[in-house]
Design a protein around this ligand. Sequence first.
Ligand code: CMP
Length: 140
Amino acid sequence: MAIQRTFSIIKPDATKRNLTGAIIAKFEAAGLRVVAQKRIQLTLAQAQTFYGVHSERPFFGELCDFMISEPIVVQVLEGEDAIAKNREVMGATNPAEAAEGTIRKEFALSIGENSVHGSDAPETAAEEIAFFFSGLELVG
Ligand code: CMP
């Protein structure tokens, strides 16, 4: 498998509890390298656009309100098979189903407040990176 880049968010429940460093340490320990990163606070319009694919879901309003409730850390992770590896390190969406040692098992509060987001495929990784980062910020 080749070197890939993927997009990652450290969500409001985690930044609020000062878990940013602990979460980044999990990615680094798994061989993923942070090649771009910034701390931002989303507007409602930005959250609705980013999560547009979920706009018909019953939890859409709750999801967007949560994502703007505190700052988030957006980052690009690079490494061997990075998209799958990131999802493995994150664990299942629902922390009750997440494997031991994963970020969501250790830190997530609920299926909504689940500490991290990660791209699910190469196409979404490219779209999500471009949504938050310009070429100049992606120096690697
Ligand atoms: P994420 O990987 O960011 O992608 C979409 C998010 O929607 C997901 O993580 C969860 O945080 C959230 N989500 C998924 N299912 C539910 C649910 N049943 N209730 C609330 N939030 C959910």
